[in-house]
Design a protein around this ligand. Structure first.
Ligand code: ADP
Ligand code: F6P
Length: 339
């Protein structure tokens, strides 16, 4: 492939796909054209780099793309990319294609992959946070998290209709890997009665005691009522089946578990994700023009930020105290025994 422009920029999507990845690819392609750069898309994440599986992307390729879920470049979890041999092969392939800068849209695992690659490749490496989990430090939000919350909330709204009809307890499990961001925000926005998140989880016994007390207070005050618990995945030992049995045994009330699963990763991105994706994508190309490398482009307080990938490390992004406090007040406000 002969080079007809100042720079050749490559982009790939890696790890769990997220709604808005396409909007970001679109922004990158259009911004490349604006700066007279060529844009190449690698397919299937780091697999594409190892197999030299790529295609040139023009403005026409990204027409009518901003609203589409998934990723047109497809994604992958590429275990073999962790080896030194893969790092060297990827570097060789990028050089052979004449790539000057590589943009990785993905989560923290994908950024570790970017770091790994930078030990073998001299080109510019830029990360853009794309994951529904919003578990990456250094940026207020990650592309896809707003759509995942919207999907969870609209599902919980539907669950509430049937929960109210039978005055049952419902457990709704949401994604987030090891972060409670989706769970907490979905619980707040759907006016759920309780939330279980890894950041605040102490023990099964303490959680069961709290839920039992809340359910009893409500039933004493209002008669038989429904009770909706949003449960972040990977928190409760034994998952929803174990929590369902434990609550049924303790309350003698029908408990129904609902796992939302991968529907949270799909669908048309909401405007907040389209906006974030477009801004980060366009800013990434500006950063490339300025010679920046080894950073994640994020957004903090509505401003672009460039955070060294190395600084992200294994930091766990905490839940927003404001949201945690709000959940606490809104749950306890319906609990007459709480001060
Ligand atoms: P996410 O990016 O959504 O967190 P993963 O944790 O699955 O998803 O990571 C995506 C991909 O990033 C992995 O499949 C692998 O190809 C690459 N990756 C993750 N960790 C490393 C690492 N330590 N070294 C090299 N590549 C890695
Ligand atoms: O990181 C995104 C995510 O959807 C997590 O919320 C979830 O734990 C994981 O990916 C599921 O991964 P897979 O699609 O490989 O089952």
């Amino acid at each position: 492939m002969s080079k007809k422009s100042d720079k050749r920029v490559a982009v790939l999507t890696s790890g769990g796909d997220a709604p808005g990845m396409n909007a970001c690819i679109r922004a990158i392609v259009i911004a490349c054209e604006y700066y007279h750069y060529e844009c190449v898309g690698y397919r299937h994440g780091y697999h594409g780099l190892l197999q030299q599986n790529h295609k040139v992307l023009h403005n026409a390729d990204v027409h009518n793309l901003i609203q589409r879920g998934g990723t047109v470049l497809q994604s992958a979890r590429c275990v073999e990319f962790k080896s030194a041999e893969s790092g060297r092969l990827a570097a060789q392939n990028l050089d052979q294609l004449g790539v000057d800068a590589l943009i990785i849209i993905g989560g923290d695992g994908s950024f570790r992959g970017a770091e790994h690659l930078s030990h073998y490749w001299q080109g510019q490496v830029i990360g853009i946070p794309g994951t529904i989990d919003n578990d990456i430090s250094g940026t207020d939000a990650t592309i896809g998290c707003y759509t995942a919350i919207e999907t969870a909330v609209s599902s919980i709204d539907k669950v509430r209709d049937t929960a109210d009809a039978f005055e049952r307890i419902f457990l709704v499990e949401v994604m987030g890997r090891h972060s409670g961001f989706i769970a907490l925000n979905a619980a707040l926005a759907s006016a759920s009665d309780h939330v279980i998140v890894p950041e605040l989880f102490v023990s099964e016994q303490a959680s069961l005691d709290t839920m039992f007390a809340e359910i009893n207070h409500r039933r004493d005050a209002h008669g038989s009522v429904s009770y909706i618990v949003v449960v972040a995945e990977n928190v409760w030992p034994g998952g929803l089946p174990a929590l369902t049995s434990a609550l049924e045994a303790r309350t003698s009330i029908d408990v129904r578990p609902v796992t939302l699963g991968h529907v949270q990763r799909g669908g048309s991105p909401v405007p907040q994700d389209r906006l974030l994706a477009s801004k980060l994508g366009a800013h990434a190309i500006k950063a490339i023009k300025e010679g920046v490398s080894g950073v994640m482009i994020g957004e903090v307080n509505h401003q672009p930020v460039e955070v060294p990938l190395q600084a992200l490390g294994e930091q766990h992004k905490p839940l927003q105290v404001f949201s945690v406090d709000t959940m606490h007040v809104l749950v306890n406000a319906t609990n007459p025994s709480q001060p």
